[in-house]
Design a binder for this molecule. Structure first.
Ligand code: AMP
Ligand code: ZN
Length: 486
């Protein structure tokens, strides 16, 4: 069965596959606005998109995916905050872009092949706006702003299933911030800004255009970058958090389709992938409620990025996810359990601890098609059904860590690496290197074990103290013991 996903456009779960003859799957995800550290809500969306990318790589092969995610480095917030910080917009956004990338790496997100920035692509945005003005889908207002004429696009609202007359004024059209442009200069309240005329509060952040100095609206960025990065082709999948469906994605569709008005076969994106929000203790995450967490806040509470990643993917992507520290604790335990599972299989498959580490490292680097599923095939099947991560995790934990034979353990280990590390991106640590135990310590430990078996507890205790004096301890099992450093 192929990978199937819910498509917001059709409201149906459909197979996803590349449509173009070259077999390349073209996906675009709206990226972060770089005005501060991204919060774990943003990362829920990005981590889910990463699981999708990984699942597609397993399904289609890594070389066939072209994944782009933009960096919004000019908008109301970046401009306002850079001025408040006394930095140039470029320096300010570069600093937060770097932080975003470091957080993504910690969360084991595969970097997109293309990461276009909005400022660098300003000429592409201006060119796209010019096309829309030329073909009558956009107009210049008296103040020099340019608006998209929503009534000129008959299919407006198809994605969010809204009708034009139901639309409220699109004030909220700049990444959640009010569009300060003059309300009265628009022909219709639903029309949104493609180009925003320069205002005093923009400071030095304005650029020349055929309509006067100013800066781009938020929505046009994504349309222009998609046009550029994917050579004007229809893309296979477009993703973002559910809040972006309206108006952002609706506006992207309108802009791009109208720019391609003469091209009857053109569609903007075939599949729309929206993920639901993260809530904290049942409430919206916000700075003012004091419940906004960044990766640094999570690390300060002694949780690893893998613990967080596990928590963020553990709920279905189409349901809101309620984040709690208690839940994060449960995620940590689950990661430990998974890790033990991996170690047990690796030990059985490799025969000895020294080789287990090597084996797991090799499997982690292997191409997915080189790995078998073993007893984890069911987990993959569940994941393929609308990226059901909680279901897949349930299947993973159903598999007993004990394997009957070395061959079974090897196949299972491949399957576990493929599903947990490969598809879910959980960076499980490699099996521990065995401790190098000096011969005399091994000898003392053996004598102690034998004394204990002979019920000579006084001697066993003496030997325990001797071991302890040399910095070692024996951890007894039912049928033997392990040595550890004290
Ligand atoms: P932004 O940096 O605000 O442009 O948002 C980046 C991404 O994070 C977008 O795809 C948003 O939809 C998503 N996002 C914002 N808040 C949340 C949240 N609380 N939970 C999940 N995703 C979110
Ligand atoms: Zn976008």
């Amino acid at each position: 069965m192929p990978l199937r996903l819910h498509n917001t456009l059709t409201r149906a779960v459909e197979p996803v596959a590349p449509a173009d003859a070259d077999g390349v799957f073209r996906m675009y995800c709206c990226g972060p606005t770089v005005w501060g550290p991204a919060h774990i809500g943003n990362f829920r969306t990005f981590v889910i998109q990463d699981v999708l990318r990984r699942a597609l790589e397993i399904e289609l092969g890594g070389v066939k995916i072209r994944h782009a995610r933009n960096i919004t480095d000019v908008d109301d917030k970046t401009i306002r905050e850079s001025i408040a910080a006394g930095k140039s917009l470029a320096d300010f956004t570069a600093q937060w872009t770097e932080k975003f990338r470091a957080d993504c790496a910690a969360l084991n997100l595969l970097p997109p092949q293309v990461e276009p920035g909005a400022v660098v692509h300003l000429p592409d945005q201006i060119a796209l706006i010019a096309r829309l003005v030329d073909n009558g889908h956009a107009y210049r207002a008296d103040d020099g702003s340019v608006y998209f004429k929503v009534s000129s696009f008959g299919k407006y609202g198809a994605l969010s299933h809204l009708k034009l007359e139901e639309l409220e004024t699109q004030n909220d059209n700049s990444a959640g911030h009010l569009n300060q442009a003059d309300e009265y200069s628009r022909e219709h309240v639903a029309d949104f800004a493609l180009w925003k005329a320069r205002k005093p509060e923009d400071g030095p952040n304005f650029w020349p255009s055929p309509w006067g100095e100013g800066r781009p609206g938020w929505h046009i960025e994504c349309s222009a970058m998609i046009e550029k990065v994917f050579d004007g082709r229809t893309i296979d999948l477009h993703g973002g958090g559910v809040d972006l469906m309206f108006p952002h994605h609706e506006n992207e569709i309108a802009q791009s389709c109208c720019a391609h008005a003469g091209d009857a076969g053109y569609a903007f994106a075939r599949h729309w992938f929206h993920s639901a929000h993260l809530l904290v203790d049942g409430r919206k995450m916000s700075k003012s409620l004091g419940n906004m967490y960044t990766l640094a806040d999570i690390a300060a509470k002694n949780f690893s990025a893998t613990d967080l990643r596990f928590a963020l993917i553990s709920g279905h992507y189409r349901s809101p996810f309620n984040f709690t520290l208690h839940g994060l604790g449960a995620a940590k335990s689950a990661v430990q359990k998974l890790d033990k599972h991996l170690q047990a299989l690796a030990l059985r498959a490799a025969g000895e601890p020294g080789k287990a580490k090597e084996l797991v490292a090799r499997l982690k680097k292997s191409a997915p098609e080189a790995l078998r599923w073993g007893r984890f095939a069911a987990a993959w099947e569940v994941l393929q059904d609308d990226l059901n991560v909680p279901g897949a995790l349930g299947e993973i934990f159903k598999v007993e860590p004990k394997a009957a034979t070395v061959e079974q353990a090897t196949e299972d280990l491949e399957g576990l690496v493929k599903i947990a590390v490969g598809a879910l991106g959980l960076d499980l640590p490699l099996p521990e290197e065995p401790l190098a135990v000096p011969a005399e310590i091994a000898d003392l430990a053996q004598q102690r074990w034998e004394a204990k078996q002979a019920r000579n507890f006084a001697k066993a205790d003496e030997l325990r103290q001797e071991l302890s004096a040399r910095g070692w301890k024996a951890l007894d099992r039912k049928d033997g013991y392990d040595l550890a450093r004290e």
